[in-house]
Design a protein around this ligand. Structure first.
Ligand code: UT7
Length: 371
């Protein structure tokens, strides 16, 4: 038995403890967002496009087309092609992109926790290109994997990276996105070969408690109509054989008109959903960063969103459609003109179909070429 004064003190202590617990619960309930919310912000971008320029004139010697037709109907003047004498595989482009990021933004490759690589043209079916790139760039502490969502790959990979970071488990994630589409382009098919090019970009995402970086996203996929845009050879349905080669199944095939219509309506609806959900006025949007598939698609998306074309990042004339690479290559090219806090809407559409939009607040200003 305790004497009565000790019992009283114990009671008071217990009451104090309960009060502290209740106070903490109150703080967590009402101030949780302000106190502990983690955001994922892009702190640097890098890019690489191969040296060889495949011009419309040269394409006109390969298929029945013309510089005039391609510029008028697609808006491309030239695209870059990775020739074997320069390098091989998408991890080679990715390594160059990560080195570019490293040369302009101070970051330690060993500090990266994870590498998410969006590509439809990995070096090999296995091992994954993320692991190869991580080894080639010193990100040896990170785990890595590839993600395949065709032209929407970059915004899908951003979603994965952001989720890793806001979970609190990882602090730095390298998102890489790019393709070597020249390896799966049929240079005898004039419906596809003028469109595609090679290129790769990357973005480093870091955790912050500042309300900046990726603010929201909407992603969709619909696999009910693969017949409109596909590459049927080389997978587990049609493993590589003489027959798949003879039937040209290792090349991308598309029904351009159908894809064109879906691309416009789906990118517009995804952007509208995101803009509405975040109460953004058109004036508050600094940049739209669309997938670069066709200049007419970009024009129509901007028009339907009522965004002036001056606020739209466009470089399709120089690089064509590099699939997962288009959006990070745009961010890299516009990086010197971006300011901390700028509101960007990224939007993409690709095979699957896959599509969506990401709303992000830009995270830094470049001074003298570095952050
Ligand atoms: O990033 C993945 C998603 N992909 C896309 O978003 C691509 C979406 N689609 C497109 O960009 C366009 O549909 C294409 C660029 C593929 C085709 O442009 P189009 O204006 O839709 O052409 P079309 O298929 O309606 O063809 C119009 C005409 C046809 O001739 P006829 O039948 O009217 O005599 C085609 O044979 O243009 C002809 N044509 C060409 N002529 C010269 C098709 N391709 C070419 C060409 N050069 N390269």
């Amino acid at each position: 038995m305790y004497p009565p004064d000790i019992l009283l003190r114990k009671k008071a202590l217990k009451k104090d403890k309960i009060n502290v617990i209740l106070f903490r619960a109150f703080l967590l309930t009402f101030y949780r967002d302000d106190m502990s919310k983690i955001y994922a912000v892009i702190t640097g971008v890098g890019s690489y496009v191969p040296n060889y320029r495949l011009t419309n004139e040269e394409l006109s010697t390969m298929v029945e087309t013309s510089d005039e037709w391609i510029i008028k109907r697609i808006g491309i003047k030239e695209r870059r092609i990775l020739k074997a004498e320069e390098g091989r595989g998408v991890s080679w482009l990715a390594t160059k992109a990560v080195e570019d990021l490293k040369s302009r933004h101070n970051f330690d490759p060993l500090s990266v926790d994870a590498v998410v690589f969006a590509t439809s043209t990995p070096d090999y079916l296995l091992p994954c290109s993320a692991a190869l790139t991580a080894a080639q760039t010193g990100m040896t502490r990170a785990f890595g994997f590839d993600l395949e969502a065709a032209c929407s790959g970059f915004i899908y990979a951003l979603e994965v990276a952001e989720s890793f970071i806001v979970s609190g488990k990882y602090k730095k994630v390298m998102v890489i996105a790019g393709d070597v589409l020249s390896t799966v382009t049929d240079y005898e098919d004039r419906n596809t070969c003028p469109i595609f090019g090679d290129g790769c970009g990357c973005a480093l995402l870091e955790a912050t408690t500042e309300p900046i970086g990726i603010m929201d996203s909407v992603l969709y996929s619909d696999g009910s109509s693969p017949e409109y845009l596909h590459m049927y050879g080389g997978g587990s349905v049609n493993p590589s054989s003489h027959e798949t080669i003879n039937n040209r199944l290792h090349y991308i095939w598309q029904d351009g008109k159908v894809v064109f219509k879906h691309a416009i309506s789906n990118m517009v609806s995804a952007c509208e959903e995101l803009i509405k959900r975040n109460n953004l006025s058109r004036d508050q949007i600094h940049w739209i960063v669309p997938h670069q598939a066709n200049m007419r698609i970009i024009d129509l998306v901007a028009d339907r969103l009522e965004i002036p074309i001056e606020k739209v990042m466009i470089n399709i004339d120089k690089y064509g459609n590099t699939s997962a690479g288009t959006i990070p290559i745009c961010l890299w090219e516009w990086e010197p003109r971006l300011h901390k806090g700028d509101n960007l809407i990224l939007t993409a559409f690709g095979a699957g179909f896959t599509w969506g939009a990401t709303y992000l607040k830009w995270g830094y200003n470049l001074t003298n070429g570095s952050a």
